[in-house]
Design a protein around this ligand. Structure first.
Ligand code: BES
Ligand code: MN
Ligand code: ZN
Length: 501
């Protein structure tokens, strides 16, 4: 979908969206349009008990011979307007209009008493509409035409529209990252497996990202026995992809060059291995590469908007299958860090993949911080549902930055505990540790396992995104399906705290 910007002038025809604020106060443009329609808009608002709250709409089909459709949306209280409320308004507008005309015009006026400029309002509205317009329909060969969205463009009219256009340019790049993540997460595992996922990541070269792919031979040389053990029961070769974005000038200090690092779990399908999962719902495990999808989409967003940061993304890509060569419960593997692991449950595989990916990232790049993302445990869904990701941290500053960014972009996290007593649950008689900690606190013991692969002095956050990677219902800026959760969150963290001026 194409979002364009123009200065306000009331369209004389077509599909037009105007706004009102709390108390049912019509914007200037809404008033002008109402006058043109001989009061039809305000009458309909009254009849529909429209009060201008966020989420409320007045919807007039063909109110006269010229206008195909006129919609008035509530923006809520002027003083409460923020990026998110405009994004949500944009998302709702897209959802309401997707099925009708090819293009629509939204007319925004500056709102008295708001903290936001009209151009920021316009850019955010466009961003929300764009994010909502995502659809994964490439495998629908027989979808009836009436079900396909037809809306191809939204023209956002707002004062100082040139500024809105500039602000939107970066948002569009972030949306492209989010869409890439959603695409990857939505692909079935017969199409997307380690080699093809690595190939997808290589597309980032076009944006100036350096992409390196390691195969099993290289990983064996590096001693990545934990990751390789997970993939050994699959006919598909395991891979590791390293993406480097250099956005800091070479002339800056060594400190300024130090990269930030993102690490993702990329299990392209998780059968559970020999500790095989029950059949019901196993199809969800196609999106067990969600963490890697976020890292790849995030690198696309950062490179796309030419972020002034050095960033490295590392994803461990494996398929967890139970063939004759598969890892058995009780096997002991040696990780790249030298630590040995008794694999008591082959379905606790994500942590094994991350152990080597995290170690590799720290030894090779000595990053400012590492954030890892993984659809790691069902236990985090039990704890937090689908509303928040579980966050584990060894560093309060980084944790707070991520928590605040989550609030700002509506990709929420909830901090969970780490501690010695939890750590002891993965002690083991046969090896340095075991890969499960028993029935209780399953997301926490998984995080403790990861922490054993974090070097002293590396600020680290682990996000367990098992509950937020996929959504069975649509939200204002997120259609159902793959959410892309994490891309906007971490892009925001980088933008707010880690870009050189
Ligand atoms: N990929 C799963 C976790 C998962 C579950 C993600 C549901 C998304 C939705 C992970 O590899 C797994 O199987 N974890 C086990 C760990 C257990 C064996 C300790 C789990 O959560 O049951
Ligand atoms: Mn598993
Ligand atoms: Zn898994």
């Amino acid at each position: 979908m194409k979002i364009t910007f123009a200065n306000p002038s009331l369209p004389a025809q077509g599909i037009v969206v105007v706004t009102a604020t709390d108390g049912g106060k019509l914007s200037k443009s809404a008033e002008a349009l109402d006058a043109k329609l001989s009061g039809a808009l305000s009458r309909a608002a009254k009849a529909g008990k429209f009060t201008g709250k966020a989420g409320e709409t007045v919807d007039l089909m063909a109110p006269d011979a010229k206008y195909e459709r006129v919609v008035m949306i509530g923006l809520g209280k002027a003083a409460d307007l923020k990026d998110l409320s405009l994004q949500e308004a944009g998302g709702r507008i897209y959802a309401a209009l997707a099925g009708q005309g090819a293009s629509a015009t939204v007319v925004l006026d500056a709102v008295e008493g708001a903290d936001m400029t009209a151009s920021d309002m316009g850019a955010n509205l466009g961003f929300g509409a764009l994010l909502r317009s995502y659809r994964f329909d490439k495998y629908l060969t027989k979808e009836p035409k009436e079900k396909k969205p037809v809306l191809k463009g939204i023209k956002v009219m707002c004062p100082t529209s040139a500024k809105a256009r500039t602000a939107f340019a970066d948002m569009e790049k972030v949306a492209e990252g989010v869409f890439f993540t959603r695409d990857l997460v939505s692909e079935p595992s017969n199409v997307l497996y380690p080699a093809t996922l690595a190939k997808e990541a290589q597309a980032l070269k076009k944006l100036g990202v350096k992409v390196t792919v390691l195969g099993e031979k290289e990983m064996k040389k590096l001693g990545m026995g934990a990751l390789l053990g997970v993939g050994q029961g699959s006919a598909r070769e395991s891979k590791m992809v390293i993406m480097e974005w250099t956005g800091v000038a070479k002339s800056k200090s060594a400190k300024a060059q130090q990269p930030v690092a993102f690490v993702g779990k990329g299990v392209t399908f998780d059968t559970g291995g020999i500790s095989i999962k029950p059949a019901g719902g196993m199809e969800d495990m196609k999106w067990d590469m969600g963490g890697s999808g976020v890292v790849i989409g995030l690198m696309k967003a950062l490179a796309g908007r030419k972020a002034k940061v050095n960033a490295v993304g590392v994803v461990g890509l494996v398929e967890n299958m139970p063939d004759g060569n598969a890892q058995r419960p009780g096997d002991i593997v040696k990780s790249m860090s030298g630590q040995t692991i008794e694999v008591l449950n082959t379905d606790a595989e994500g942590r094994l993949v991350l152990a080597d990916a995290l170690w590799y990232t720290q030894t090779k790049y000595k990053p400012k911080f590492v954030v890892d993302l993984a659809t790691l445990t069902g236990a985090i869904i039990v704890a937090l549902g689908n509303e928040r990701a579980g966050m584990y941290a060894n560093d309060d500053t980084l944790a707070e930055q991520i928590s605040d960014a989550g609030d700002a972009v509506d990709e929420l996290v909830w901090r969970m505990p780490l501690g010695k007593a939890y750590d002891e649950l993965i002690n083991c008689d046969a090896a340095d540790m075991q890969n499960i900690g028993g029935r209780w606190g399953g997301s926490i013991t998984a995080a403790q396992f990861l922490q054993r692969f974090i070097k002293d002095g590396t600020p680290w956050v682990h996000l367990d995104i098992a509950g937020t990677t996929w959504s069975k219902k649509a939200k204002p800026v997120t259609p159902k399906g793959g959410t892309g959760y994490g891309v906007r969150l971490l892009d925001r963290v980088v933008a707010d705290h880690y870009e050189s001026k």
